[in-house]
Ligand binder design. Structure first.
Ligand code: SAH
Length: 228
C-alpha cells in the first residue's frame, strides 16, 4: 500500500470497526470523563492519538482499554487514565512552554505532551525502549521532541529550567536535582513512594521554596538509577 493511501485511510471519516474505530476510542474517552478527566484539550488529544501504535502488535486490540500494558524490559505503557490525569494536573494552572519528561517508555505520554506544549525533552534509561519510542514519534510526525538516553534522576541540565516536569517512574521522594531544574512558577507531577504505597504529587516552585499537593494514590514502576 502506498503511503498516500494510508494517509487517506487515516483521514477517512470513519475507519469502521476494529481497534482503530472511532467508537472504540470514544468508549475510552467516555470512561476517562466518568473517571473525572474534564480538560477538553486533554480528552481531544487522547481521542486523536493512535495508542495502538505504541504497543506490540499482539496487544494492539487492547490499546483502547483503560489499562497499563507491557512494553518489554519489565516496563509498562501507563494506563490512559493515568496519562490523562497527570497531563491535566501538569497543565491546569500554567501553560508550560517546555516540559521535561523522565521515563519515555513507549513514548505515548511523550506524544500527548508534544501535542499540547511547544517543546518536550524526554529522558529514558533503556536504549531499546528509547529507540522504539523515537521511531513512533517520527511516524506520527511529532517533531517537537528531543530525546536523551540517560539517567533521568539527573534531569537534563542543558535545557533547564523547565516550566513543567513530568516523571513517569516513581522515586522514593522528590529528587532534589529535578526540583532544582524547575523554573519559578513551574510545576512537576510525579509519583513517589515505595512500590506498594505510592502517591501522585504535584510540586509547584514558588519564588521561594516549593508547595506540594497529594493528588491521589498511584502505582508506577520504580525510578531506577543509572542506565542499562
Ligand atoms: N510514560 C511511559 C511510562 C513508561 S514506564 C509510557 O506510558 O509508556 C516508566 C519508564 O521509566 C520506563 O521506560 C523506565 O525504563 C523509565 N525509567 C525508570 N527509571 C528511569 C531513570 N532513572 N531515568 C530515565 N528513565 C527511567
Amino acid at each position: 500500500m502506498l503511503a498516500g493511501d494510508m494517509q487517506l485511510m487515516a483521514d477517512a471519516p470513519d475507519p469502521g470497526i476494529g481497534m482503530t474505530s472511532r467508537r472504540t476510542r470514544e468508549r475510552l474517552i467516555v470512561r476517562l470523563k466518568e473517571a473525572g478527566i474534564d480538560s477538553a484539550e486533554v480528552l481531544d488529544v487522547m481521542r486523536d492519538l493512535p495508542r495502538h501504535l505504541f504497543v506490540d502488535e499482539a496487544l494492539a486490540s487492547r490499546a483502547y482499554e483503560d489499562s497499563a500494558l507491557p512494553i518489554g524490559r519489565g516496563q509498562t505503557i501507563s494506563q490512559p487514565y493515568t496519562v490523562a490525569r497527570m497531563t491535566q494536573a501538569l497543565l491546569e494552572r500554567v501553560r508550560p512552554d517546555t516540559v521535561l519528561e523522565i521515563g519515555t517508555g513507549s513514548g505515548f505520554q511523550t506524544a500527548v505532551l508534544a501535542s499540547l506544549v511547544r517543546r518536550v525533552y524526554s529522558v529514558e534509561r533503556l536504549q531499546e525502549l528509547l529507540e522504539r519510542a523515537q521511531a513512533r514519534l517520527r511516524a506520527i510526525k511529532k517533531r517537537n521532541v528531543r530525546f536523551r538516553y540517560g539517567d533521568g534522576a539527573q534531569g537534563w541540565l542543558e535545557y533547564a529550567p523547565y516550566q513543567g516536569i513530568m516523571v513517569t517512574a516513581a522515586p522514593r521522594g522528590v529528587p532534589r536535582v529535578l526540583a532544582e531544574q524547575l523554573a519559578p512558577g513551574g510545576v512537576m507531577v510525579l509519583p513517589m513512594g515505595e512500590e506498594t504505597q505510592q502517591v501522585l504529587v504535584r510540586l509547584t516552585r514558588l519564588e521561594q521554596g516549593f508547595e506540594h499537593e497529594i493528588l491521589e494514590a498511584a502505582s508506577f514502576v520504580p525510578l531506577l538509577s543509572g542506565t542499562s
